[in-house]
Design a protein around this ligand. Structure first.
Ligand code: UDP
Ligand code: MG
Length: 319
């Protein structure tokens, strides 16, 4: 099969027929063998009925129905697991992404050798309250992830070589960072294609303003995981030890000074300056950090994923 189109959706019943007909038209025009996997993320409207109706008309239409709303990332994860095409294309269900982009995306993966091609909504039809923070968000994501050539990390329209989606795990709200996940898994031929974008035709956006906070927190997690995920002690233990020893030394010096003062007949409380408390806190915090690192290491030791590595090929070795 050439192409799997994976479409996560939450309450998008008005768009689905139009989207399906459009994709079908593009696929037949280009003679692609394909499947469309609609992942219904706990919609409370009639979306699922529409999907069932479409699949009766078109055997290429498949569906996954969540019992409740889990989010876009879990929907993509399940769609990716089910996908059988050589190239997997994701798109939003709200008709903001155009299926006319599919053939070129497919060509970039199969002929130009990209692992992942991300759409770039160069000209966006979204409210300013969304486009400006998005610029900032993308700049940070580029910097932290080291994927420097992407302008639009969170574009719903993306194409992947099948291997990529089978080897990354999209969870939580990590759909914003799939290029980063792919890069961490060793798929670093990541490209970009300018795509047409349209204003939302029906319904409203399913993500509110907290997308930005969550987005940054997720970026932090990913950064940490990609650098120290398998060795948390190296950060926490390092910071903790430094803090502990500096504070410990300072307190020791203060203590010795007190003893010297005492022997000279100068009496005074040990805790007579703010520094005493600062270093005391420093020592405790250092200990805490160290313990956090130690616990992190213990946890990652027992984690079943501790020896998960991305193996690209095996030569004369049985799997
Ligand atoms: N979506 C989903 N589950 C959710 C929220 C959104 O499957 O909990 C789908 C939604 O139906 C759409 C896509 O994710 O197909 C992108 O969502 P939306 O258009 O609301 O995001 P925006 O375009 O505003 O970034
Ligand atoms: Mg949208």
């Amino acid at each position: 099969m050439d192409i799997s189109v994976v479409i996560p959706l939450y309450n998008e019943e008005e768009s689905l027929r139009e989207l399906h007909d459009w994709i079908q038209r593009v696929m037949t025009e280009h003679n692609f063998t394909y499947e469309i996997i609609f992942v219904n993320d706990g919609s409370t409207d009639g979306s699922w009925n529409v999907i069932e109706e479409l699949s009766k008309k078109n055997p290429c239409v498949k569906g996954i129905k969540f019992r409740r709303n889990y989010g876009k990332s879990p929907a993509l994860y399940c769609g990716f697991k089910a996908a059988q095409g050589n190239v997997v294309i994701t798109m939003d269900a709200d008709l903001q992404d155009s299926p006319d982009e599919i053939p070129e995306l497919y060509r970039m993966i199969t002929e130009e050798g990209y692992d992942l091609v991300s759409g770039w909504k160069k000209k966006r039809y979204d409210p300013l309250s969304k486009t400006i923070p998005t610029k900032l968000f993308n700049a940070t994501a580029r910097k932290i992830s080291g994927v420097h050539n992407l302008h639009d990390f969170n574009c719903g329209l993306k194409a992947y070589r099948r291997e990529v989606v089978k080897n990354i795990e999209v969870y939580g709200e990590m759909h914003r960072y799939i290029p980063y996940l792919a890069k961490n898994a060793g798929f670093d031929k990541i490209g970009e294609k300018v795509v047409h974008h349209q204003a939302r035709k029906y319904g409203h956006s399913k993500f509110g303003i907290n997308r930005f906070f969550n987005g940054y927190l997720d970026l932090l997690t990913l950064w940490f995981l990609s650098h120290y995920g398998k060795k948390p002690m190296h950060v926490f233990g390092f910071l903790g030890s430094i803090m502990f020893f500096i504070s410990f030394l300072a307190l020791l010096i203060m203590g010795i000074e007190k003893v010297v003062d005492l022997s000279n007949g100068v009496y005074g409380p040990l805790a007579d300056s703010a520094w005493f408390f600062i270093f005391l806190t420093g020592m405790l915090m250092g200990l805490q950090l160290f313990l956090a690192g130690f616990l992190g290491d213990l946890i990652s030791r027992t984690s079943p994923q501790r020896n998960d590595y991305q193996i690209e090929k095996l030569l004369r070795i049985e799997k």
